[in-house]
Write a protein of this length. Structure first.
Lengths: 215, 650
């Protein structure tokens, strides 16, 4: 039940976003004056926080509404005549004044800091913008030839290891192909690291993994 | 030394030095007058209500010999059969209809190799859900023992979850084939003519073998069927006397051989046609649901996606695709599907919803473009049942429905694509891949910025919770065992994950009470691999069966168990708000019946009471990192640890 509900909310979020854009383009009236402090209490009391978070940042079941909220007219239209499953707030249960207070509150939410300034959100490297592996088979003759010419002298024709470490190991098949490709690209061959193209490094990674995964 | 004493029960009572129970029984008997039938009248059956004398086991007319002690038992044979199937554990709440097997496991299975270990639970639903989580990590079933009737009834919701999630579980329910040997009124209450009936709609196969040899064959068959895609739970109603009595004839039956189970592969022309459509498509997309049964499924899907540079949208019901792979477009699924001209769906549980948008009042529309094409590969098409409607709405725009196991079909499909892919497409494919990589990076940055909202807020945001958690575990070999739908899927949006055991998906049927025991079962499977098991489970779900915390402590299962404590059944709170407002009554009372507050539940105290290291409630974001660090230190020592985190709703 909960999951079906969430699907609907995803739908409404998209629909609301589209409606908001359309409304914002057609009309930008000034928002009525409200009191942010009273609005914050109301925001909690009437349950906005349940879907949108206590400071409006949003969640999987309710879009972000603060900071930088949509124009008041769009905001009010969504509150008074929401599409699909968002709770409707008529003037019987939320007066115009109270609505203005809530809007004042979401307008008052300060901008979030940039994620770039939060260390915990910057631990992993960015996803590579270059094309990932395209020659993905251990049977690919082009990559097999590349391996034979560039790698086999140290790692062995059968990945068994000669002067370099073996590449056929118990856990090699579980390695992340992108990480392996990055290692090949930056460290191999030892005499000329960085000389392989992205595509060749990716192909070699997949070749090595493919031969480890073969039955 | 075992004493063999072959005699009927009557002789036993007459001729042997009696133990306490027997002595009591005999004394009771002695106090009651034995009345014979009136002279000249036929002797009535001793088991008829009109019998003038007491009706006891002494009146039993079954011909079985009884022995005072004996050296063999059916339970030992069952242990050997289960071991031959590779079963390592049986989770069970103790039951006197499973007593013979229970005793055999603790005194035979657990003290000889390969070990079959009894895991003590305090609810049958927990037993089944533990096995559910275990199977998704280990790739094979563990056993569950349930008491006759009432125990199976307890376990039934969890069985339905496993059925919908296509997970194998080797289940046993105690039974009594011989009503003449029912011990008392409770035995009648706990007996059924057809034990498996109540769960047959959502088990793959069941049996009620009538002798020990048949039990062995049924066990092998149950395992085989359970592990043939589509996977599913199976059930054997197991006679209690079959467990308890010596081997018939003094020799154990043979151990049946389990064959290598080969999953069904798609029909070759359908595979070729699908490859043709994939190659020809300008904007193909791959939708992956329960496709990666094993790590090989993950690797094969990577291979296919990279070969085509096609985006993959993962349902996250399994770990199908690396979360930070540039072709992973799961967070923009609707947009990708709308743009696609071809969609390959691998083991889709709900192919209708995969491409539809709800318009309201039961109306839907397809979001795919006119002329676009769809192919499904689904093992579920090979096996279904009629009553429960988890078969979902019928999709009316599928071009090819391949009834086959998707993972097993991928190698043939990959090779067919490779053959058909023109060499001159390389540049176009690389450009396609680069475009999707940029899209993934943009989604990642947007998710990080979304995570920054309310970063220092109270209650603690779920994004902050997962960021703090990842910081402590990202350099370790970790396994996240909970579903993340109720926490806005932050791990999939923020973390890097590449391994099949990094994530195991959700319950299947959204039956609440799954998370606690399933995450414990996953942690049980991870224990021997030395992985760091972590779960972020809701307060509501945990309260369905908090006894699993005791099992975690008792069985020394290392698991970091974080309570995502939003103090309520949050989905229901939101739904109630919508309903109350539709009636113009406001939300002031919408929390009633949905909130878990007044009093607030002190989960740390609950956990400590069951022997689990615990901290909380944690209310300040700055306290979270140190608390997680301390808890992981405990888990690394092989113990469970719990942290209660007061959190945002989602």
């Amino acid at each position: 039940m909960a999951v079906r509900f969430e699907r609907l909310l995803f739908g409404i979020a998209a629909a609301c976003a589209a409606a908001t854009v359309a409304i914002a383009q057609s009309s930008t009236p000034a928002a009525p004056k409200g009191t942010a402090k009273a609005g914050q209490a109301l925001y909690m009391r009437v349950g906005c926080f349940q879907c949108h978070g206590t400071s409006g940042g949003g969640s999987a079941v309710g879009p972000k509404i603060a900071p930088d909220p949509m124009p008041f007219e769009a905001f009010a239209r969504q509150v008074r005549t929401p599409r699909l499953v968002m709770p409707v707030y008529t003037t019987v249960i939320l007066s115009d004044r109270e609505l203005a207070d809530i809007y004042a509150y979401v307008k008052s939410v300060p901008p979030a800091k940039s994620y770039k300034d939060i260390a915990l959100l910057n631990r992993d490297p960015p996803v590579v913008a270059a094309a990932p592996v395209t020659r993905a088979s251990a049977a690919d003759p082009v990559v097999a030839g590349l391996y034979a010419s560039k790698c086999a002298v140290c790692h062995g024709a059968n990945l068994e290891g000669v002067s370099g470490p073996p590449l056929k190991t118990a856990d090699m098949g579980d390695r992340d192909p992108m990480a392996l490709a990055a290692k090949i690209k930056t460290t191999m061959p030892p005499q000329a690291p960085g000389s392989l193209s992205d595509a060749d490094a990716n192909g070699l990674a997949q070749y090595i993994l493919g031969r480890n995964r073969a039955p | 030394m075992t004493t063999e004493y072959k005699a009927g029960r009557r002789n036993f009572l007459k001729g042997v030095a009696l133990g306490g129970i027997t002595a009591t029984a005999t004394a009771t008997m002695a106090q009651e007058p034995i009345q014979g039938p009136p002279s000249g009248t036929p002797s009535p059956s001793p088991n008829t209500p009109r019998s003038p004398g007491p009706v006891t086991d002494l009146n039993e007319r079954t011909p079985r010999d009884r022995q005072l002690t004996y050296a063999t038992c059916g339970g030992d044979y069952m242990v050997d059969v289960m071991r031959s199937l590779g079963i390592e554990y049986m989770a069970s709440t103790p039951s006197n209809t499973m007593l013979g097997l229970h005793e055999a496991i603790v005194n035979y299975g657990m003290v000889s190799d390969p070990k079959l270990t009894f895991i003590t639970t305090v609810h049958e639903e927990a037993s089944v859900a533990m096995a559910h989580g275990y199977a998704k990590i280990e790739g094979k079933p563990m056993a569950v023992g349930m008491h006759a009737t009432v125990g199976l009834q307890h376990g039934s919701m969890a069985i339905y979850n496993a059925w919908c999630d296509r997970v194998p579980i080797f289940m046993l329910v105690g039974a009594n084939l011989d009503s003449a040997r029912y011990r008392n009124a409770t035995a009648w209450n706990h007996a059924a003519q057809d034990d498996a009936l109540i769960v047959r709609d959502y088990t793959k196969w069941d049996d009620k073998p009538s002798n020990l040899r048949a039990w062995g064959e049924a066990a092998a068959r149950a395992y085989k069927f359970g592990m043939t895609p589509p996977y599913g739970p199976t059930l054997l109603a197991t006679d209690l006397y079959m467990q308890e009595d010596p081997y018939p004839g003094g020799k154990p039956p043979p151990i049946p051989k389990l064959p290598r189970v080969a999953p069904p592969v798609g029909e070759s022309s359908a595979v070729e046609d699908t490859a043709k459509m994939l190659v020809a498509a300008e904007r193909p997309v791959i939708f992956a649901d329960r496709v990666a049964r094993t790590p090989d499924g993950l690797n094969r899907l990577i291979e296919l996606a990279e070969l085509l540079q096609a985006p993959v949208c993962d349902s996250h019901n399994r770990f199908n695709f690396p979360w930070r792979h540039p072709l992973n477009q799961s967070m923009r699924r609707a947009g990708v599907v709308q743009d696609a001209d071809f969609m390959l769906e691998l083991e889709p549980g709900d192919p209708f919803s995969a491409t539809s948008q709800r318009l309201g009042a039961g109306e839907f529309r397809s979001i795919m473009k006119p002329g676009s094409r769809r192919v499904t590969i689904s093992s579920v098409d090979l096996f279904y049942k009629s009553n429960y409607q988890n078969f979902q709405r019928y999709p009316s725009d599928i071009d090819i429905a391949m009834a086959a196991d998707a993972q097993a079909t991928l190698p043939a499909l990959i090779e067919a694509v490779r053959r058909q892919l023109p060499a001159n497409r390389k540049d176009a494919l690389e450009a396609r891949g680069a475009r999707w990589a940029r899209a993934h990076q943009a989604d990642l940055e947007a998710s990080k910025q979304a995570a920054a909202y309310a970063w220092d807020g109270k209650p603690i945001s779920t994004a902050r919770l997962y960021a703090e958690l990842y910081e402590q575990m990202r350099t370790q070999d970790w396994s996240l065992l909970n579903a993340t739908d109720f926490q806005s899927k932050w791990p999939q949006r923020l973390w890097t994950a590449n391994k099949h055991y990094n994530y195991i998906g959700d319950s299947g049927a959204q039956g609440i009470g799954y998370l606690g025991p399933a995450t414990l079962g996953g942690a049980l499977a991870n224990r021997k691999h030395g992985r760091l098991s972590v779960a972020v489970n809701g307060d509501g779900d945990t309260m369905f069966g908090p006894g699993i915390l005791w099992t975690a402590a008792h069985e020394r299962i290392p698991l970091l168990y974080i309570i995502h404590n939003n103090r309520g059944y949050h989905a229901e709170i939101m739904q109630m708000q919508a309903m109350a407002n539709r009636r113009n009554r406001g939300v002031d009372r919408a929390h009633l019946g949905n909130e878990l507050a007044d009093p607030n539940i002190d989960f740390a105290m609950v956990a400590k009471g069951m022997g689990v290291y615990a901290q909380g409630p944690i209310e300040h974001p700055a306290d979270l990192g140190p608390a997680i660090r301390r808890a992981i230190a405990v888990v690394k020592k092989g113990e469970p640890a719990l942290i209660d985190v007061i959190s945002q709703g989602r």
